[in-house]
Design a protein around this ligand. Sequence first.
Ligand SMILES: [Zn+2]
Length: 66
Amino acid sequence: MAIKPITDHAYVNHPSGIVCPWCESQNVNFSGVAITFHGDSIGQSTSCGDCEKKWETIYTISGFEA
Ligand SMILES: [Zn+2]
């Protein structure tokens, strides 16, 4: 993995919501199709519309609803 510019905690708890970890832009795009399953978590391809970095936002699976 590449060196991350901010910690996971800072990414999840940013006061502006999900922002680019590199430039803090709120102009981020989530891919609806680029989903990767990692056991109990899912990675969603995410990109920045300003600095054009790409990264993966990780979601933890906590259960299901019927
Ligand atoms: Zn950016």
